[in-house]
Design a protein around this ligand. Structure first.
Ligand code: PEP
Ligand code: MN
Length: 447
């Protein structure tokens, strides 16, 4: 055995049954089979023994979320798949331990909720609110090394952002779990406090609409008509680090759940059809997301859907397209047609961020607001033409007033990017840009 294998807890998964020993024999067998498959983007932990300790600690820790909450979300996503609701998912590209403060959680939550209200007003249907939060601590990377030649930062769950220490430390998984649990605790409390849209930072252009939405909300309150959809908020993250995910597997009601979050998605870089990520996701009772990029063919989309939604449950699978503003209008239609013809009812969600990333002349990774809007517009056009439901939006945003994406009403220019460029990974919409997007999407939803 070479030293890489020796030090990779991930590769000792099959023999390391302690973590999954609480699972019934047949389920354990399926999980082990899934995890024995090739897995992209896994940490090479500095010590296999430390990894085993971390996984053992997490295996008996309280989960971040409850199976009953996951079931509630599953029911809501079924209504999205049927065209009766809209899904809004958003938050940081990467959460960080240092940034996991009350102020940050509150700000991101507020922005997400204010967007959701505007979208619900536009759609005239409930909006299901899902944060990229309470577990979004691991990042896939296109390159093993960063531009200065250091091993890449892979998220606080794996290593430090500081170039001085990029060692993959399994103890970070335990910290990620503790942070996620604390975040979830705050979110459950915040979800029950009202967030007025009139407090949102919007330009004059939307003042009339804000007043209209506020009046509608007051009317609803007067009628006692606020419902569950405006109360609950769910947590999601990319199910990337398999040692973390397997440690948070739990049985409930005879089914296997990944209780690291309510909604788990498989990313563009780890969606190999015969790989471990897809195989593990297939076993879970959680609603599952799958990022599909411009290289996805209609045929492969159908294969994913068959694997990830074997029982044909509406909303079980969310296909998150991230094609790029100039490709969505021709790449997405044949995928939608073929998947729809297969009979599976998925949630179609648009991620207008990840296909529109560029490097500015100032060297910042950024995105143009206009292109983000254009990809969403393309998404709506495609669905309108096919008669299918444009089910949701997936964005990277923050409630802090950052300068990471170009444009919007504030007209952030390349020269402004350096002012408050705070992201640990990809550029996020700031609250003004987020609200502007919500208003524009609300108009698209009104048709
Ligand atoms: C992400 O959502 O941050 C991400 C890495 O996306 P993708 O897998 O679509 O590139
Ligand atoms: Mn990202």
């Amino acid at each position: 055995m070479n030293s890489v294998v020796e030090s990779t807890c991930a590769l000792t998964r099959v023999r390391e049954v302690r973590a999954v020993s609480a699972l019934p024999f047949d389920v354990r067998h399926e999980v082990e089979e899934a995890l024995s498959r090739p897995a992209a983007q896994q940490p090479v932990w500095r010590s296999a023994a430390d990894c085993r300790d971390a996984v053992a600690a997490l295996s008996t820790a309280p989960p971040v979320v409850l199976a009953s909450e996951v079931d509630d979300l599953r029911a809501r996503l079924a209504s999205v798949a049927r065209g009766e609701a809209f899904l809004l998912q958003g938050g940081d590209c990467a959460e960080t331990f240092a940034g996991n403060t009350e102020a940050h959680i509150r700000a991101n939550f507020t922005t997400l909720v204010q967007m959701a209200v505007v979208l619900a007003y536009g759609a005239g249907t409930p909006v299901v609110r899902v944060g990229r939060v309470a577990g979004q601590y691991a990042k896939p990377r296109s390159s093993e090394v960063d531009p200065s030649g250091h091993p890449s930062y892979r998220g606080d769950m794996v290593n430090s952002a500081s170039p001085a220490d990029r060692t993959h430390d399994p103890a970070r998984m335990v910290r990620a779990h503790a942070n996620s649990s604390a975040t979830m605790n705050m979110l459950r409390a915040l979800a029950h406090s009202p967030v007025p849209v009139s407090d949102a930072p919007t330009g004059r252009r939307y003042a009339a609409l804000v007043a209209e939405v506020d009046r509608a909300l007051r009317f609803m309150q007067a009628c006692g008509a606020a419902n569950d959809y405006t109360r609950d908020v769910y947590a999601s993250h990319e199910a990337l680090v398999l040692d973390y995910e397997r440690a948070l597997l739990r049985m409930a009601g005879g089914r296997l759940y990944g209780l690291s979050g309510h909604f788990l998605w498989v990313g563009e870089r780890t969606r190999q059809l015969d790989g471990a990520h897809i195989a593990l996701a297939a076993l879970l009772a959680n609603p599952i997301g799958l990022k599909i990029g411009p290289t996805t063919t209609p045929e492969s989309a159908v294969e994913y859907v068959q694997r990830l939604d074997p029982h044909g449950e509406p909303g079980r699978l969310t296909l998150i397209s991230r094609m790029g503003h100039d490709r969505i209008r021709h790449v997405l239609p044949p995928i939608i047609e073929k998947v729809t013809a297969s009979g599976h009812q998925v949630v179609w969600q648009c991620d207008p961020m990840h296909g529109n990333t560029e490097t500015s002349s100032t060297g910042h990774k950024t995105r143009r607001f206009d292109r983000v809007v254009d990809e969403v517009a393309g998404f709506f056009e495609v669905h309108r033409a096919l008669g299918t439901h444009p089910g949701g939006l997936h964005v990277e945003l923050t409630g802090e007033d950052v300068t990471e994406c170009l444009g919007g009403e504030q007209d952030i220019a390349e020269a402004d990017l350096g002012e408050r460029y705070l992201t640990a990974c990809d550029p996020r919409l700031n609250p003004r840009q987020s609200m502007e997007l919500a208003f524009l999407v609300a108009e698209m939803l009104r048709g």
